[in-house]
Design a protein around this ligand. Structure first.
Ligand SMILES: Nc1ncnc2c1ncn2[C@@H]1O[C@H](COP(=O)(O)OP(=O)(O)OP(=O)(O)O)[C@@H](O)[C@H]1O
Ligand SMILES: [Mg+2]
Length: 442
């Protein structure tokens, strides 16, 4: 991951409109990670990441920015909701489990890379195993010419398996249970180990039951897992994954405002909220967390927290936690123009989505520019008159405008449907201006 800040921002621009300072800050933080990795190890240990707090009301792109980042980057990344954690001792997930999740994510990245590098080996393994099942072995002591024939047959069969021609054939496969992966990332390492030894014991007892009849198509998937378990060096994958999570990992802590104690409801709040904040402190500050793959140090993991802070304010977080998020970026509320751009200029904009969906019914949907402007204007107006729900308003607005044609699309196969400003006003004017109506409908 060595994109420059400009490149990162340029990429984000394809999906998120406006919010320039948020995009800049994040891009810079990512680049700093890269710069740090180029230093000697002594300097490296001195450079601490500066965690970021994104503040902005609902629906302005906080989660969207992080989601796009995650897709773009090959670095270990997880997004978690702060509100799902509870203090140690309460029922629920402890905060340390987010670090374990990050390691698991890192492992899957490294593993995918290794699988890609060993693709041919893995492929051969899979094909050979399947061919073995499909062709009876050559009896011992066969003549030379028989052997030649058999070799030829093998080659033909390999081709047929590879091309997918044999996908529907059923074969019998022994599935080694050791490959079965448990979703135990949330468990503390001691528990995970216990669970693992249990599964090993059961696997050895159940050897007989592991034979299954599967189609060649499914066998390819199952054997692929077996192949990567056999051919790849799990230990080095784990070590590399830990290293990457430690130095390049990013944790996006969404809904951080939900664990702040607002003044209004002071005291009557969930007592575990402050506890969660306290539990977060050492992790954000840097501490060692045991995972079943080894111990990971959280010093250099980058934390990006985000919250709407409608009810509470950043200053309602306990001071120690506030101090650990020195970079603050505010996301702007969306204007009419931004809403228009969100509709017209993002890569997977809602308009494109609706067009694609209705194209399935053979209906081609055309949005006139005036109509798009009108929708942006009305969405903005509705945000002003009732709650400001940001770009999410566009969903309800579009849904309302297109509801009828969407419902009757099957009758219009092969036709063209133009969304005009007149249509938009017809569908929406009354709803937007009538406060009661818009609260329910938009
Ligand atoms: N600036 C923007 N540019 C493009 N699309 C946006 C923008 N802001 C929001 N959206 C769209 O609006 C929807 C909601 O945005 P998002 O999930 O980022 O909200 P949020 O800021 O995380 O809000 P919340 O505080 O409620 O979680 C998404 O579908 C997203 O694509
Ligand atoms: Mg969000």
């Amino acid at each position: 991951m060595n994109l420059t800040p400009k490149e990162i921002v340029a990429y984000l621009d394809n999906y998120v409109i406006a919010q320039h300072s948020a995009k800049r800050t994040i891009a810079l933080a990512l680049r700093t990670r890269y710069r740090r990795m180029q230093l000697n190890s002594e300097m490296q240990n001195e450079v601490m990441p500066k965690n970021i707090l994104m503040i902005g009301s609902t629906g302005v792109g906080k989660t969207e920015i992080s989601r796009r980042l995650a897709k773009m980057m090959g670095v270990p990344f997880i997004k978690v909701e702060a509100s799902k954690y509870t203090e140690v001792g309460f029922v629920g997930r402890d905060v340390e489990s987010m670090i374990r999740d990050l390691v698991v994510n890192s492992i899957s990245i490294v593993k995918a890379e290794q699988e890609e590098q060993n693709r041919e080996k893995i492929n051969n393994y899979v094909i050979n195993k399947i061919v073995e099942k499909l062709l009876p072995p050559l009896p011992a002591g066969a003549s030379e010419s028989k052997k030649d024939d058999y070799q030829h047959l093998l080659a033909v069969m390999e081709k047929r398996v590879e091309s997918g021609e044999m996908d529907d054939k059923i074969i019998e496969l022994e599935i080694s249970k050791l490959n079965v992966e448990f979703d135990d990332s949330g468990l503390p390492p001691e528990m995970a180990k216990v669970q693992e030894s249990f599964s090993k014991v059961f696997a050895s007892i159940n050897k007989e039951d592991n034979k299954r009849e599967v189609s060649v198509k499914d066998a390819k998937i199952l054997l692929r897992q077996e192949a990567s378990a056999k051919l790849l060096d799990i230990n080095s994958i784990n070590a590399e994954a830990l290293r990457r999570a430690e130095n390049g990992g990013i944790i996006f802590l969404d809904e951080i405002d939900k664990i702040a104690l607002s003044e209004k409801s002071n005291g009557r709040n969930d007592p575990s909220k402050e506890g969660v904040q306290r539990d977060l402190l050492p992790i954000v500050e840097g501490s060692s967390v045991a995972t079943k793959y080894g111990t990971i140090n959280t010093d250099h993991i980058l934390f990006i927290a985000a919250g709407a802070f409608h009810v509470s304010k950043p200053s309602d977080l306990i001071p120690e936690l506030q101090g650990r998020f020195p970079l603050r970026v505010e996301l702007e509320s969306l204007t009419e123009e931004t809403l228009y751009e969100i509709l017209t200029q993002t890569n997977n904009s809602l308009l494109k989505q609706y067009q694609a969906l209705l194209a399935v019914e053979g209906l081609s949907l055309i949005f006139e520019d005036d109509a798009i402007k009108a929708m942006a204007k009305l969405a903005h107006r509705a945000n002003e008159l009732t709650e400001d729900i940001g770009a999410r308003r566009l969903h309800t607005v579009l849904e309302k405008v297109l509801e009828e044609i969407s419902f009757n699309a099957d009758e219009h196969n092969g036709e063209e449907f133009r969304v005009t400003a007149t249509l938009v006003h017809e569908k929406l004017d009354e709803v937007v201006e009538n406060d009661d109506l818009s609260r329910y409908i938009l």
